[in-house]
Design a protein around this ligand. Structure first.
Ligand code: AHM
Ligand code: MG
Length: 320
């Protein structure tokens, strides 16, 4: 029988990648792992439970507050990180402002607790995206400065995809590894060691409903994908689309549109996170002209166009 390595064993083993490590990052990843397992459990029974599908803010017959899964996931990840103690502040897609823990923790986290949430109610893959940064401010509280670091400063980045199985994929800047949740034992096991993405692929993922809103260059690139007889695959959950293309080779893009001149996706907890992962796997991520990881954020919920995936395809899209 092949050796089985659990995520917790792997995290401890990799602590030596960081000489002088205190174990704080390992503990933080452990908290994220646990929250991911709980969200996975809830996502799996979402169709059975009205409180997961109900509108946030409403009450069920017992008079309990009903929560949507994205609100549930947000509260859960924040609670886990607050309890864990090495994170002093979180920026979440679900919160307008920074959430402070006032605990002197040395990390800050940017996250989208439940990405692709429009897919929850229809039983389609969704995900969690997280980026971990070292805090750089020195006052009693974290500041905007801590979150305005370029993506290249990420200490770790990862996502959890709640799909036909639940997988956690992450990097600390030393390659990318993927772990599949074995629900029978409740443990993430290393299933995809040292993920590398193909340099070329044959899948393009874009919401073509926006075709007439894209620039001529983007339209030319899409036309070229069709001429090349590439496969169009678009789930509408960034994590799921990205994950498939990472493993199989392909490009995901969400360009600027006439309506959304900065694109739709968020720099801090969508583009940056996946950009670090894709680069660590040998791929590429740009906003059309600039490497995503070099962009200097100016706002917490900043949007940016995103072209991400196999290097050859992203380069070609940039030339179009
Ligand atoms: P969300 O964070 O509110 O879920 O929005 C992000 C999602 C991505 O997961 C997905 O790739 C994209 O929005 C889909 O947008 P569209 O429906 O415009 O194609
Ligand atoms: Mg999102």
């Amino acid at each position: 029988m092949a050796d089985i390595k659990t995520l917790s064993e792997f995290i401890v083993e990799r602590q030596s990648d960081f000489p002088g490590s205190t174990g704080d990052l390992s503990a933080l990843l452990t908290a994220i792992r646990l929250a991911g397992k709980i969200v996975s459990r809830e996502a799996n029974k979402a169709g059975l439970l009205a409180d997961i599908l109900g509108a946030a803010g409403s009450e069920n017959v017992q008079g309990e507050a009903q929560q949507k899964l994205d609100v549930y996931a947000n509260n859960l990840f924040i609670r886990m990180m607050r309890t864990q103690g090495t994170v002093c502040a979180v920026a979440s897609e679900e919160n307008d402002d920074i959430v402070h823990f006032d605990n002197g923790g040395k990390y800050v986290v940017a996250m989208d607790p439940l990405d692709g949430s429009s897919n929850i109610d229809v039983n389609v893959s969704i995900g969690t995206i997280f980026s971990i940064y070292r805090r750089i401010s020195t006052g009693p509280k974290a500041t905007m400065e801590d979150f305005m670091q370029p993506g290249s400063a990420q200490v770790a980045a990862g996502y959890i995809v709640y799909g036909s199985s639940t997988m956690l994929v992450y990097t600390t800047g030393h390659g990318v590894n993927g772990f599949t949740l074995d629900p029978s034992i409740g443990t993430f096991c290393l299933s995809h060691p040292n993920i590398t993405t193909p340099q070329e692929g044959s899948i393009y993922s874009v919401n073509e409903g926006n075709y007439y809103e894209f620039s001529d260059g983007v339209r030319n690139y899409i036309d070229d994908c069709k001429r090349q007889k590439m496969s169009a695959r678009y789930i509408g959950s960034l994590v799921a689309d990205f994950h498939r293309n990472l493993l199989k080779g392909g490009i995901y893009f969400y360009p600027a549109t006439a309506k959304a001149p900065k694109g739709k996706l968020r720099l801090l907890y969508e583009a940056n996170t996946l950009a670090l992962i894709v680069e660590q796997a040998g791929g590429m991520a740009t906003d059309g002209t600039t490497r995503i990881l070099d962009l200097k954020p100016t706002e917490l919920h900043q949007r940016c166009p995103l072209f991400i995936g196999s290097k050859g395809m992203v380069q070609k899209a940039m030339r179009s």
